[in-house]
Design a binder for this molecule. Structure first.
Ligand code: SF4
Ligand code: SF4
Length: 357
């Protein structure tokens, strides 16, 4: 007898519609306009006449269960029982009655949450947190975010900037981190140190060799054991060999630094995408408060706030005043390391799908 076919188990993101506020579901794709009546609050008006008031507050992203319970209890009591998280680790509550907005904000603030992050504010810093789920972090990105947002709290709570400011961080040098008006990324400054005793037991050597973007890794016999060697002149200290081969240790308390990039922007209705550019390298990765990196970010924000015209994003402002003026105003030193003069770039930039060596 033919057996009934086993169907694959569905996995992945559940359908988001089931979690949406009913007023959002009803008016999906039918919004007429939205506005920002006050910091941390959005008002959307639909063609049907329905209104949704959204209250946004920041979270620490890595949420313990008690904080989550508190956030959802506030949602049940003061909103309509619906919450959602944004990619910048904010939580948003939706209500349909303006009278619900102030009590909701009060409940959030009484519980210690910060309401803000809308319109021309410094939005919550987007970040990854490799310590919890990833095999290659070089720093504690959440700690950097916490230290910086503590200092930028007024910019999060107010609408004081010329335009929206998106800041991103990453906990390694090669993967997440994204385009931000300001990006704080890990910067390794020394090639990996190889623990030859472990390579043969732990690493797939061909995989590690293939991982290097500049072909700096070769198989080698060391003390009679199969291992690897790195051509340190070629190595660009990217850390890409470390995930497939932890014995190629690149993280270092002193030599893994932070670098700050500015001017990244995704394309939108008004402008083309722009790449971020390096403005500060070799910044100490200095926990628990990262004062050096925070001071640079604050200096850039201060000049942007004072010098940019309304609606100029950081990249627009720099385009208008020019890079020499940017360095002059922010007082950041312009060094030879800011010039991308690496001769191998033409061969390794991923401009096509062809494999090159
Ligand atoms: S930034 Fe790097 S270390 Fe952090 S989660 Fe992403 S891939 Fe992992
Ligand atoms: S750090 Fe990057 S460039 Fe250096 S050996 Fe490893 S993969 Fe290659």
């Amino acid at each position: 007898m033919a057996q009934e076919m086993r169907h694959p188990i569905e996995s992945g993101c559940p359908d988001g519609f089931q979690y949406m506020h009913p007023a959002m579901r009803r008016n999906y794709g039918q919004w007429k306009f939205h506005e920002h009546p006050q910091p941390g609050v959005l008002r959307h008006v639909a063609h049907s006449g329905d209104e949704i008031w959204t209250v946004k507050c920041g979270t620490q992203r890595i949420l313990d269960v008690f904080t989550l319970r508190k956030l959802t209890e506030i949602g049940d009591k003061f909103a309509d029982g619906y919450i959602r998280f944004t990619i910048r680790s904010n939580v948003e509550y939706m209500v349909t009655d303006k009278a619900q907005v102030e009590p909701l904000i009060k409940a959030l603030e009484d519980a210690g949450f910060i309401v803000g992050g809308t319109a021309n504010s410094v939005a919550m810093i987007s970040h990854t947190q490799g310590w919890l789920h990833c095999d290659i972090p070089g720093t504690d990105a959440s700690g950097v975010v916490k230290s910086m947002m503590d200092e930028l709290i007024d910019e999060f709570k107010g609408h004081n900037m010329p335009n929206r400011v998106h800041i991103t961080t990453s906990c390694c040098q090669i993967n997440c981190g994204g385009q931000g008006d300001i990006a704080i990324n890990v910067q390794h400054t020394k090639p990996p140190k190889i623990n030859h005793d472990l390579v043969a037991n732990v690493c797939e050597r061909p995989t590690v060799v293939a991982r290097c973007p500049v072909a700096a890794i070769r198989p080698a016999m060391v003390n009679g054991k199969p291992s690897l060697e790195v051509d340190e002149k070629k190595c660009i200290c990217c850390g890409a060999c470390f995930p497939p081969c932890p014995p190629m240790q690149i993280n270092d308390a002193e030599e893994s630094k932070l670098a700050i990039w500015v001017g990244g922007n995704h394309s939108n209705a008004r402008s083309k995408p722009t790449f971020q550019k390096l403005v500060a390298a070799g910044v100490p990765n200095n926990p628990p408060r990262w004062p050096e990196a925070t001071a640079i970010v604050k200096r850039i924000l201060k000049e942007y706030k004072e010098g940019a015209k309304d609606w100029e994003r950081i990249n627009d402002w720099i385009d208008r005043i020019g890079w020499p003026r940017f360095f002059e105003k922010t007082g950041l030193p312009f060094t030879k390391y800011h010039i991308d003069n690496w001769t191998g770039a033409r061969n390794s930039l991923n401009a096509s799908t062809h494999i090159r060596f």
